[in-house]
Design a protein around this ligand. Structure first.
Ligand code: ADP
Ligand code: CIR
Length: 568
C-alpha cells in the first residue's frame, strides 16, 4: 500500500516539476505589429510552393519551384543531433538589435474581431512539444518486462504511450509487490532528478537550436547567393549594403514569431541581380531583427531617413491645396495616387496561409461593400476572373500585373490567385487591390492632371476604410508594408507624362527627376519600359515626411519638369 502511495506521490511530484520546467523558461513574446494576436509560439509551417495549377499563367512564367519554400522550422538543421525541433516559444534574446517597433494601431471606430492567427501545429502539452530522452529506469526497465511491465497494456509497454503512461505502468494491479518496490527505490535513489535533468538537457539543446536554428540548406543557399551577388555588377541597394560583416552578423538570425531568415529577406535580390532594392520584410519583426540591413537601405532609398529618425504622424493636410499639375493639358495623360496598408493581425505575404488569404479577401470585400457615393463599387476576385477581363484591366493600368519575378522570388505569390482581387467603382477612379504586394493598395486615379480631385478622393477613401479596418502602424516606421520602399506614408503619387525633349536622353531625364526627388518608371509600372514616350514619374521617398508633403513633392517636381520641357 505504502509503495503504491509513494509511487503516486512520486508521479505527482514529477508532473509538478515538469509543469514548472516548461513554464519557467518561456520568455514574453517581443512586441511587433503583424504577428498573430494569439502568441502562438511556432512559425507558420511554410506551405509547399504553389502547385503548377496555382502558378501564374505560362505567359509570364513563374520561376517554377524557384521561390525557395520558406525554411520548414520543424525540420531544423542537423546541428543538434537529437531531439527534433519542437515548436519553440519566441526567444526574448532573439536578435533584436534595438527595441522592437511598437505598434500604434490606427484609430479605429469599429475594430473587427482580431484575425485568427495561423496555428501551424498545436502546441498542446509540453510532452507533445519535445521528444524527451527518458532515463534508463523509465525506458529499459519498462520495456524489457522488468519491474513488472504489464503484459497486456500496449500504452505502457515501453514502445508506446507518453511519459505519464510509462510512469503509471509502475503500479499495474497485477504487478508483483517486490517489483513495485524496486521501481519505488529507483525514484528514491534519485531517478526523479535524473529524469528532470534529462529534460533540462533536452530543453537546453532545444534552446541552443533556437539560436542557430537556421537550416543548413538555408545557410548554404545564403552563402552561395551572397558569393554570386558579391561577384556580380548588381546595382541593387542589397548589394551595396550587404557587406560581409552585415551578412555574417545576420545569417543565423530568425524573427521570433515566424522564424523568418535572412534568406526570406534577401532571396528576391539574390535571384534578381537587376533589382533596384532587392529586399522585403517577410514579417514585421524582420525590420528589427535584420535592421543592420534594412536601416541603411531605408536611409538610402528614402533620402536620408536615419535609423534614429522617427516617421512623422500621419497628416494628409489640406486636400484643397492641390490644383491641376498640367492646366493646359499638354503633357500629363493621367494622374494616380496610391497608398498601401497592412491589416493588423496578419503577417506579410511569405508567412500567410491560404486560409488567411481567403479570410482577408472576405474582410476586404465586405468592408468595401459598405462604401457610398463616388467610392461605391464592387469587388472582383482574381479567382475565376476571365483572362481577357484581367488582361484588359492590366492594360488599362487598373490592375496589378501577374507573375512579377521580384515578388515571386520573395515568396509573395503563393496560392495565387487565392485571396487576390480588385475593388473598383464604375468609373474606375477609385480602386483597391487586395493581397498583391501589400494586403491593400488604395488607389485614386483619372485621366488628366487634376491632382486636387484625385488626392481628395484618396483621402476620403482612406479615412473611410480606416474607420472600418485596423491597420499595422509602427511609431518609428509609419505604416508597415512588405517592401521597405513603401514604409512611412506609403504614398506614391504619379503622373503618366510625355516630355519628349527631356526624355530624348533617358539618363538626363532621370538625373533631372532625381533633383526633385522623383522616380521615373515605364508605362506599365515598375521594371517596365516607356511605351510611346509615356513615362510614369512619381515621388520617390515616402518616409520622414507627411502624406501631404509626399504628394507635394510630386506636384512641385512635375511642375518644374514641365517648365523645363517647355523651355527646351
Ligand atoms: P505601384 O504604383 O502600386 O507601386 P506599379 O509601379 O507596378 O505599382 O504600377 C501599377 C500600375 O499603375 C501600372 O499599370 C502603372 O502603369 C499604373 N500607373 C501608375 N501611375 C499611373 C498614372 N499616373 N496613370 C495611369 N496609370 C498609372
Ligand atoms: C526591386 O528591388 O527592384 C523590387 N524588389 C522592387 C522594389 C521597389 N521599388 C521601388 O523603387 N519602390
Amino acid at each position: 500500500m505504502f509503495a503504491l502511495w509513494y509511487l503516486t506521490f512520486a508521479v505527482d511530484e514529477i508532473r509538478k516539476r515538469l509543469a514548472w520546467l516548461f513554464s519557467s523558461n518561456k520568455p514574453a513574446a517581443p512586441a511587433l505589429d503583424n504577428k498573430p494576436a494569439d502568441p502562438a509560439p511556432a512559425k507558420v509551417p511554410t506551405p509547399a510552393p504553389a502547385p503548377p495549377k496555382e502558378s501564374p499563367p505560362a505567359k509570364e512564367p513563374a520561376p517554377a519551384a524557384k521561390p525557395a519554400p520558406k525554411p520548414e522550422p520543424s525540420k531544423p538543421a542537423p546541428v543538434v543531433a537529437k531531439p527534433s525541433s519542437p515548436p519553440t516559444p519566441p526567444k526574448e534574446e532573439a536578435p533584436a538589435p534595438k527595441p522592437a517597433p511598437q505598434p500604434t494601431p490606427a484609430p479605429v471606430v469599429a475594430p473587427p474581431k482580431p484575425a485568427t492567427p495561423p496555428k501551424p501545429a498545436s502546441p498542446a502539452k509540453a510532452t507533445d512539444k519535445m521528444p524527451i530522452p527518458l532515463p534508463k529506469s523509465l525506458t529499459e526497465a519498462n520495456t524489457n518486462g522488468e519491474n513488472g511491465a504489464p503484459t497486456n497494456g500496449s500504452a505502457a509497454n515501453g514502445s508506446g504511450g507518453n511519459v505519464d503512461e510509462r510512469l503509471l505502468a509502475g503500479h499495474q494491479p497485477n504487478k508483483p509487490l517486490a517489483q513495485v518496490k524496486d521501481a519505488t527505490q529507483d525514484f528514491i535513489k534519485g531517478e526523479t532528478n535524473a529524469f528532470i535533468q534529462s529534460i533540462k538537457e533536452a530543453q537546453l539543446l532545444g534552446e541552443l537550436k533556437q539560436d542557430t536554428m537556421v537550416d543548413a540548406a538555408v545557410l548554404a543557399k545564403l552563402e552561395e547567393g551572397y558569393a554570386k551577388l558579391a561577384a556580380s555588377d548588381s546595382k541593387s541597394l542589397l548589394k551595396k549594403y550587404l557587406t560581409k560583416e552585415v551578412f555574417d552578423n545576420l545569417k543565423n538570425k530568425v524573427t521570433p514569431t515566424f522564424k523568418s531568415t535572412l534568406l526570406d529577406v534577401i532571396q528576391s535580390g539574390l535571384e534578381n541581380h537587376d533589382s533596384g532594392v532587392g529586399i522585403y520584410a517577410p514579417d514585421a519583426e524582420a525590420y528589427t531583427v535584420f535592421a543592420d540591413l534594412f536601416d541603411p537601405i531605408i536611409e538610402d532609398y528614402h533620402g536620408g531617413f536615419k535609423k534614429t529618425d522617427k516617421h512623422p504622424a500621419s497628416n494628409f493636410g489640406d486636400v484643397a491645396t492641390f490644383g491641376n499639375v498640367d492646366p493646359t493639358n499638354e503633357y500629363v495623360i493621367s494622374t494616380r495616387v496610391r497608398c498601401g496598408r497592412s491589416m493588423q493581425g496578419y503577417p506579410f505575404n511569405p508567412c500567410l496561409t491560404e486560409a488567411q488569404y481567403k479570410e482577408m479577401e472576405g474582410k476586404v470585400s465586405s468592408t468595401l461593400s459598405g462604401l457610398e457615393g463616388e467610392l461605391k463599387g464592387k469587388f472582383y476576385p482574381l479567382t475565376g476572373m476571365e483572362k481577357a477581363v484581367q488582361q484588359q484591366l492590366i492594360d488599362d493600368h487598373f490592375l496589378f500585373k501577374e507573375g512579377d519575378r521580384f515578388l515571386q522570388t520573395a515568396n509573395a505569390c503563393r496560392y495565387w490567385p487565392s485571396g487576390r482581387g480588385i475593388y473598383h467603382n464604375d468609373a474606375k477612379t477609385f480602386l483597391v487591390w487586395c493581397n498583391e504586394e501589400d494586403h491593400l493598395r488604395i488607389i485614386s486615379m483619372q485621366q488628366g492632371g487634376d491632382l486636387g480631385q484625385i488626392y481628395k478622393r484618396l483621402v476620403t477613401a482612406v479615412n473611410e476604410i480606416e474607420k472600418r479596418v485596423p491597420f499595422s502602424h509602427d511609431d518609428r516606421l509609419g505604416f508597415l508594408t512588405f517592401c521597405p520602399t513603401n514604409l512611412g506614408t506609403t504614398i506614391r503619387a504619379s503622373v503618366h507624362i510625355k516630355v519628349p525633349k527631356l526624355a530624348s536622353n533617358k539618363a538626363k531625364l532621370e538625373e533631372v527627376a532625381a533633383k526633385y526627388n522623383l522616380q521615373v518608371r515605364g508605362t506599365r509600372g515598375e521594371h517596365t519600359e516607356a511605351e510611346g514616350g509615356v513615362y510614369d514619374i512619381s515621388n520617390k521617398r515616402r518616409m520622414g515626411l507627411t502624406e501631404f508633403d509626399a504628394v507635394k513633392e510630386m506636384y512641385d517636381g512635375i511642375t518644374e519638369l514641365i517648365k523645363l520641357e517647355k523651355s527646351l
